[in-house]
Design a protein around this ligand. Structure first.
Ligand code: COA
Length: 135
């Protein structure tokens, strides 16, 4: 791939669920962004989509798939796009795509860095599964 053009673009048909800047405190010992930080951002974005659909409290029951395609660096603007892919009786499955926007040495880039699928369960006040209400 041509380096100058080797970039993705943000989805233009939807809004990101979350946006956050990767900061120095989010790095691992090597100075790169810690994978666990990205996993946390994905969980937050997915939980927002699940919470809205469940019209209330949800908990993460499973991380079905998680792929780190490209590294994330300090200063990257991270956008998480969460989409509902399945609604069960009490569960909601969410697909999340993560993009990093950066400007290095005057060159703007937008790279799809991560994708993941997570399942949430709608729970009641006693943390027991509850039926997902109609949309
Ligand atoms: C989520 C929780 C309430 C589910 O309780 P449970 O008694 O296991 O509930 P069930 O077996 O009835 O499963 C509930 C739903 O989750 C789904 N589910 C359970 N385990 C799953 C898994 N590993 N992957 C995908 N879906 C799963 C079931 O298929 C079911 O979906 P459906 O109702 O749409 O068919 C319970 O496991 C729990 O409290 N887990 C801890 C959650 C948590 O604290 N998360 C944050 C971690 S820090």
């Amino acid at each position: 791939m041509n380096q100058e053009n080797s970039q993705d673009s943000l989805p233009d048909d939807r809004q990101p669920t979350t946006r956050v800047m990767a900061r120095p405190g989010d790095t691992n010992g090597a100075g790169d962004i810690f994978g666990g930080w990205i996993m946390s951002q994905v969980d937050i974005a997915a939980s927002i989509a699940a919470y809205r659909r469940a019209k209330g409290r949800v908990v993460t029951v499973a991380v079905n798939e998680f792929q780190f395609h490209k590294p994330v660096f300090v200063g990257d603007l991270i956008s998480c796009y969460a989409q509902i892919t399945n609604v069960g009786r009490t569960s909601i499955t969410i697909f999340v795509e993560v993009y990093a926007e950066r400007n290095r040495e005057g060159r703007e880039e937008c790279i799809k860095v991560t994708k993941a699928t997570l399942t949430f369960v709608a729970v009641d006040e006693d943390r027991n599964p509850r039926v997902v209400p109609p949309a």
